[in-house]
Design a binder for this molecule. Structure first.
Ligand SMILES: *Cc1c(COP(=O)(O)O)cnc(C)c1O
Length: 379
């Protein structure tokens, strides 16, 4: 089945019992047993729910995993993945990961005894140098948030695989429409489905899938034991969003490319970050491992210009955290999504105060450019 068809017919996409072309929303906590222990595969909805199961099978089909898992948020999924590890285990983590992941690592997981080394995973040799005898995983994002750095998944996954270290990729930015990390050698893929997969800024959710049956068994155990599961209504909403993932991602990318063309020539812009740009350091790898460059664009205003004044003067593009929805969203990472990172660490990774992150929506491009012009007129 081709990608576009999988979004619509993958997983469990209809109801055998009634012929309904959509999966029913099973609002139930428990399931009647015919005799003790004799049931239809479901006992209690934290452990399993048919609406959630449909979505879980769908993400596995989309990414090429053996089994999928749906969580109450991307962060709940991240936490459950890290619960595979024990006190003293070491994880190599990308230096430009989602702010909430950074907070989870530093404020929660370190306290529980996991150890971390932060590296620029786009430099394979730095990943290699960070490996220790107790290293259990490599956790990375590509493209990263907000600087859109690219890691060569195939290279780093092969590098750590020799040592039986798991490669975990947060694929939120690219989505399986543009990148399938499991096909490139990664072991686990994570999504904040609150972003492109849901696609309409109306549901918070997390999805995880893996190529390993052993890891899948462990994740199933942890999902049930920890309990951060996605509810049936939200599972249904994410599945509904995914049906249009392909046409949305294509439209996001089309608009993003036009906005990048507009921004690179603008006199008030210092730098534009987009993996589709030929002079982007990760461009060649992105071209190789992705089928599209996505809808996220970051740009730095000329030094001293106020990003705050720029974003506050926009009328159409919404000033908000989050990304990946049909409507364009804009934010200042240093003040908003990445505000929990210390100023020193922010500057180390290159997140300046002038940096603006734009999640390009699928509105008419003329209206988006007109709004950006309004912002520049204010500066
Ligand atoms: C939003 C986001 C997360 C966290 O997901 P939530 O659903 O908000 O908990 C993780 N990784 C990336 C790249 C994100 O953008």
């Amino acid at each position: 089945m081709k990608k576009q068809t999988t979004y619509i017919h993958g997983g469990i996409s209809h109801d055998e019992a009634t012929g309904s072309v959509n999966v029913p929303i099973h609002h139930t906590t428990t399931y009647k047993q015919d005799k003790v222990g004799v049931h239809k595969g479901y006992e209690y909805s934290r452990t399993g729910n048919p609406t959630r199961a449909a979505l879980e099978q769908l993400i596995a089909d989309m990414e090429g995993g053996v089994r999928g898992f749906a969580f109450a948020s991307g962060s709940a999924g991240t936490h459950t993945i890290f619960s595979l590890f024990s006190k003293g285990d070491h994880v190599i983590v990308g230096d430009d990961v989602y702010g909430g992941t950074y907070r989870l690592i530093n404020k929660v997981l370190k306290r529980l005894g996991l150890t971390f080394t932060v590296v620029d995973t786009s430099v394979a040799n730095d990943v290699k140098k960070a490996i220790r005898p107790e290293t259990k995983a490599l956790f990375l994002e590509t493209p990263t948030n907000p600087l859109l750095k690219i890691t060569d998944i195939k290279t780093v996954a092969a590098l750590v695989k020799e040592r039986e270290i798991l490669t975990i990729v947060d694929n939120t930015f690219a989505t399986p429409h543009h990148q399938q990390p499991l096909h490139l050698g990664a072991d686990i893929v994570l999504h904040s489905a609150s972003k492109y997969l849901g696609g309409h800024s109306d549901v918070v959710a997390g999805l995880v899938t893996t190529t390993s049956e052993t890891v899948a068994d462990d994740l199933a155990f942890l999902q049930n034991a920890i309990g951060g599961v996605l509810g049936p209504m939200d599972s249904w909403l994410v599945q509904r969003g995914i049906k249009t993932l392909g046409i949305r991602m294509d439209a996001h990318e089309r608009n993003a490319k036009q906005i990048v063309d507009y921004l690179v020539n603008h006199e008030l812009i210092e730098k534009v970050y987009y993996p589709g740009l030929i002079d982007h350091p990760g461009h060649e790898i992105a071209k190789e491992q992705m089928t599209g460059f996505g809808g996220m664009v970051s740009f730095e205003l000329k030094e001293g210009l106020s990003g705050k004044a720029f974003v506050e003067s926009l009328e159409l593009i919404t000033l908000a955290e989050s990304l990946g929805a049909v409507e364009s969203l804009i934010e200042i990472p240093a003040l908003m999504t990445h505000g929990s990172i210390t100023p020193e660490d922010r500057l180390k990774t290159g997140i300046k105060d002038e940096l603006v992150r734009l999640s390009v929506g699928i509105e008419d491009i003329d209206d988006l450019i007109e709004d950006l012009n309004r912002g520049f007129d204010q500066l």
